[in-house]
Design a protein around this ligand. Sequence first.
Ligand SMILES: Nc1ncnc2c1ncn2[C@@H]1O[C@H](COP(=O)(O)OP(=O)(O)OP(=O)(O)O)[C@@H](O)[C@H]1O
Length: 652
Amino acid sequence: MSEDNQNPEVKKHTFEAEVAQLLHLVTHSLYSNADIFVRELVSNASDACDKLRFEATNDDSLYEDDGELKIRIAVDEEAKTITFTDNGIGMNETDAIENLGTIAKSGTKAFLDKLSESQKQDGQLIGQFGVGFYSGFIVADTITVESRKAGEPSDKGVRWISDGTGSFTVETITKDTRGTSITLHLKEEYSEGEDNYLDRGKIKRLVNKYSDHISLPIQMRKEVWQEDVKEEGDDTEDQAPAGGEMVLTDEWETINKASALWTRSASEIDDDEYIDFYKNITYDFDEPLTWTHNRVEGRVQYTQLLYIPKKAPMDLYTREQQHGLKLYVKRVFIMDDAEQLLPMYLRFVKGVIDSADLPLNVSRELLQESRDVKSIRDGNARRVLTMLASLANSEDDAKQEKFAQFYSEFGDVIKEGLGEDMSNQARIAKLLRYATSTNDKVETSFEDYKARMIDGQKAIYYLTADNLAAAKNSPQLELFKKKGIEVILMTSRVDEWAMNFLTQFDDTPLQNIAKGAVDLGDLQDEEEKAEAEKAQETMKPVVDKLKTTLGERAKDVRVSNRLVDSPAILVTPEGELSPQMIQMLKQMGQEVPDTQPVLEINPEHPLIKKLDGNEQFDDLAQVIFDQALLADGGQLEDPAAYLKRVNELLMR
Ligand SMILES: Nc1ncnc2c1ncn2[C@@H]1O[C@H](COP(=O)(O)OP(=O)(O)OP(=O)(O)O)[C@@H](O)[C@H]1O
């Protein structure tokens, strides 16, 4: 430790009122979070080194021939102390009085003032703002700080001592080594038993947990195993194994990985390093599909290193799914699974966010409210979408292949974004791919579709179904096939829900062809329209009779202009939930009212023609309705009755 000469002049100072208040709160409320002092003191030491590095860019001499910045932690079991030493910027007497005796941050002061008496008892709340250096007083009854500022003479060192109550003392000392050492004289209860911070293993574990990515080496004295030496003449020769013990050496070993990869410039990091880091933070054996690494300078400054995995996790669709973002504040680990930093539909993204603008003791509750966090979340979402867009739009086959791989794993999740993230809806819509009535492969984008629209087509037509086969054979498609109009076939469970939120793409309306009446507008010629009108007239008696026969089963019956080969079809009335959607919501345990479909009939179909004046009108009507329901992927309420009717009709 430092060499010093005692200065007879020890000056006593009282803490600023707010500090005294804060100290009281810290020691009375944060005892259940005692561990935090390790990361706070390591973080301060790391900041001090960062500051020196910054100052030294203009004045190299500040390094004083000691440019290897590091942090050392020493435990003294006899003295019951733990000491954090750094060779960073250091403090002189004025600095120490100013920095350790007052609260610099006005936000913290205001926060303190606002806390009610009962809130002050709440460790969670207190933990929300940076208690920093003062956290040492949770475990220590006295803290001694010795420091000497970089570039100042060695006899201008300072010793600051306090017991964390009302006052502190400062005195001038001689300190040859630049930087700061902070010695905690541990309270009785923290120097024995379960909470014994004199246990080197415990300190190491805490450093690994919270400060592994501090980019400076954090060192502790190396311990080695030393076997008991047999005394000469001791030839009892019993077979007991030789004993031994761990002994402390004079050698220092680095205990953190010091691998804050994200703090390095992207141009200096090779792919293997990115891949290793990904594996390290995710425990994924596979390589990531792709990643993006940026330093964002804006209202909030932060670094983002975001990865997309190759495979979706098993629990992607369960609510408990863990989010993969780790939050750091100035390289100090704050929390895993920081779900506020990404919207839900991007929950598969892994990586690290490091922001210097968030407080070290930020809690989940605070994250939820913070505008800074919102701005980080928006930035992350935009960045992921941009990265995906550049894969999707790339001319490079390998990148396109990657996008296809991404889409088959995560395509359904990003569709949730259509409803969740309105500000990025257009960006998300551009990434979506579907099968269509002319291409089974899930590769057509809305853009591709638009480029293939036929003359006079004014809408993007789509159909939702349970699977591709059902979609392709849907009677809804008949007219579109006849007219050569391509229809997008959506077959995933989220499609219909998600499409509720997307009504247009690039100014072209999107239309679900199974909802409401079809209006092909200019795509229908005059002759067809005239024919349709005529059919409405002639079929009126049949339509009316059907309405009576079907009663509650159908909301309405009308003549269809969308059918070619099928006799009839069920249509969801505009603005109502489709049968698939109702089924899905019910499966999710939601209460949904049953809705009735509209039955549309094909006036040209022989079966429909047969209805007029038929003796078995009722049976035929029910069978036609049931078949339309089956064709739509629905389930019959009374299959036996259906079979009986069909058989009767067959036997005629
Ligand atoms: N190891 C150190 N070397 C030099 N200065 C230090 C050191 N530790 C603390 N200080 C000084 O004391 C000040 C107060 O520290 P404290 O931990 O209470 O707050 P902070 O570090 O500013 O805020 P936070 O911990 O919330 O980030 C620091 O801003 C810094 O100027």
